[in-house]
Ligand binder design. Structure first.
Ligand code: NAD
Length: 500
């Protein structure tokens, strides 16, 4: 069977009948200019899932022009002519429709990403909530009046950039689209979305849903394809006025270089090696579920995964033993069976993680627990046994590099100063957690952690759509999520009027 024979609509998404083999440009679903396709593989069993369009520079050019036309179109009802309140109402309609289709979206994500159904549903609900949040905020972003010289009235306005580019990875497509495309549309930008080549069905399904909700043609264009083809063409296109990139540090630096050539702003949401710090006085019963879940959720393929657990020595053995117990109870399986841990995205990703598991063995590190891989798992599935490694030296590669798999390193420390030294001692700075009953210490440590978000006596705050998110150091710069994102997706213009 050739890849082009497998459009997704008939197979897995009767209720959201988009055509996976097409790009969406200017409100029209059509094949890519190249006429070529890429294959999507179901990581749960290695089967061919669907074909997607292999977009190229010509498709990006058409998408950027369509986005620009949607902004410039002088007709009533076109995207650029809508008031902020009208944009907000549209986003709310999109939110309702996403919620109504949450189960189908979760199923698509399970098949495409290997995400357990519950997690896929949570992502769909988060997408709906982003659209609700940004829909509600669309007409509440104000400029300021500025006290200036006599005879003048001066004030500032928030205006859209124009055409914004959104390059997203495969691990949380719905959430990342919600936080970047949602905020950009709320501010009146027209978007060109480039989903990841490994998983793009929910991006296409979302675009279809947005159309059904009445989003005008050209406000959202979607061009799947390879990063080095479509992603590169989009990041370099002179018509793009802002880039939101979520992905690896390596590609992030290419994106920043491309943005620099066109002198445009860029938001980089990159990787992490985030710590949770457990002090000896912590409420361990409360901490335990967060310590493990933040490492194995989405099979560890989470930018803010707590891949390092720093534990104060007096409770080190107890924490390792209790985490190990949870690891041994983890159920690994195909995503549609809604296990605790599904497959990783691809056999390539599995090989990368296997390289780290080999390194753990070669280094003689102490594997405190490894979840079992049942014999019944499909042979071609991309499964990795969740692995807990204890007593890891803070400078070991396992404790320094982003593994992007279900592997956590537990590192002992003595006292606050050492905890901070270890926590801040990587190239990354995305998220951190602090567990202690001492409020002063929690705040003291939080202020000294080099990262974009700190959670005290929790980790992740359940997604925290309202909470600005982003990194420092190699984890990137700029903020998405929360109200803050609306500033990033707009340009401040100052007006000074001389009247006397
Ligand atoms: P990746 O950088 O390989 O790919 C991300 C996106 O960039 C994909 O759409 C890809 O097609 C595109 N791309 C690839 N090469 C390109 C190029 N030359 N020009 C333009 N675009 C290109 O990353 P990945 O492997 O898909 O995702 C994993 C990484 O993403 C991890 O490092 C993870 O931590 C990070 N991530 C960060 C966040 C965050 O919010 N900070 C969220 C999710 C993932």
């Amino acid at each position: 069977m050739s890849a082009t024979d497998v459009p997704v609509s008939s197979l897995i998404s009767e209720k959201i009948p988009f055509d996976s083999t097409h790009v969406l440009v200017g409100g029209v679903w059509r094949p890519a200019h190249s006429g070529q396709h890429l294959e999507l593989i179901n990581p749960s069993d290695g089967s061919l899932l669907a074909s997607i369009a292999r977009g190229q520079a010509a498709d990006i050019d058409a998408a950027v022009r369509a986005a620009q036309a949607a902004l410039d179109d002088p007709q009533d009802g076109s995207w650029g002519r809508l008031s902020a309140a009208e944009r907000g109402r549209l986003l709310l309609r999109m939110s309702e429709l996403v919620l109504a289709h949450a189960d189908e979206l979760a199923r698509l994500e399970a098949l495409d990403v290997g995400k357990p159904l519950r997690q896929g549903r949570a992502d769909a609900v988060a997408l709906a909530r982003y659209l609700e949040f940004y829909g509600g905020a669309a007409d509440k972003v104000h400029g300021q009046s500025i006290p200036f010289a006599n005879g003048y009235t001066a004030f500032s306005l928030r205006e859209p950039h124009g055409v914004t580019a959104h390059i997203v990875p495969w691990n949380y497509p719905m959430q990342i689209i919600g936080r970047s495309v949602g905020a950009a549309l709320a501010m009146g930008n027209a978007c060109v979305l480039k989903p990841a080549e490994e998983a793009c069905l929910t991006a296409l399904a979302f675009a279809y849903i947005a159309q059904q909700a009445g989003l005008p043609a050209g406000a959202l264009n979607v061009v799947p394809g390879l990063g080095e083809e479509v992603g590169a063409a989009l990041s370099m296109h002179p018509g793009v006025r802002h880039i939101s990139f979520t992905g690896s540090v390596q590609v992030g630096t290419l994106i920043q270089t491309a943005a620099a050539r066109n002198a445009i702003p860029v938001t980089l949401e990159l990787g992490g090696k985030s710590p949770q710090i457990v002090f000896a006085d912590a409420d361990l019963d409360a901490a335990l579920p967060f310590l493990v879940n933040a490492g194995i959720q989405n099979a560890g393929q989470t930018c803010s995964a707590a891949s390092r657990i720093l534990v104060e020595r007096p409770v080190f053995d107890e924490v390792v033993a209790r985490m190990a117990e949870r690891y041994r109870a983890l159920r690994v399986g195909p995503a549609l069976q809604d296990p605790d841990v599904g497959p990783v995205i691809s056999s390539r990703q599995r090989q990368i993680i296997q390289g780290y598991l080999d390194l753990i063995k070669e280094s003689g590190l102490h594997v405190a627990a490894q979840a079992e891989l049942p014999d019944t798992l499909p042979g071609q599935g991309c499964y990795v046994a969740p692995t807990l490694v204890a007593d890891v030296a803070a400078n070991h590669r396992i404790a320094q590099e982003e593994i992007f798999g279900p592997v956590q390193a537990v590192i002992p420390f003595d006292g606050e100063a050492e905890a901070l030294r270890i926590a801040n001692g990587t190239a990354y700075g995305l998220v951190a957690g602090v567990w202690t009953r001492d409020g002063s210490r929690a705040l003291r440590v939080a202020r000294k952690l080099q990262c974009g978000q700190v959670f005290i006596n929790n980790y992740g705050a359940g997604g925290g759509i309202e909470l600005p998110f982003g990194g420092v150091k190699h984890s990137g710069h700029g903020r998405e999520k929360g109200f803050e994102a609306l500033y990033g997706f707009s340009v401040l213009k100052t007006l000074a009027i001389k009247h006397d």
